[in-house]
Design a binder for this molecule. Sequence first.
Ligand code: SME
Length: 164
Amino acid sequence: MFDLARTLTTDSKPELYSELASELTALVDGERDSIAHMANAAALLFHRLPRLNWAGFYRLVGEELVLGPFQGKPACIRIPVGQGVCGTAVARRASIVVPDVDAFPGHIACDSASRSELVVPLIRDGRISGVLDLDSPERGRFDEHDQRGCEQLVAILMRACDPF
Ligand code: SME
């Protein structure tokens, strides 16, 4: 198993995300409930990815994102589409890596410890049903390997859930 005591380098990220893909695939086996799967995915990511202070989901309900299963400190409940990093990812229908949240206009600070962020939209058959949001207390924590790895995890999750 990937040794968390080992420094997470760009080279070792693909190995970690490959393990996380296997672990998530095992966790979703035999079940279709989206809330249960988002809850377990948030716990998996929060405990297996180093240097995070928040990992969780927002569901798209009408024109707003509504807080879903997460790990970390309590967070803001509603984010309109187009606002914050999460709402911007929905409006753009694309993942967003924010190396420095202070440099992202409109960033919504739920936890003042957050310094960088990665948001991946949940898309199935062209329809967005929410976002995965990861926060780190470290600037520049996320790169394209994290983005690609999390997009693959989100794809596993969306295939495993009933539409929501
Ligand atoms: N920072 C996010 C808000 C959600 S929290 O980080 C959990 C944003 O700007 O959309």
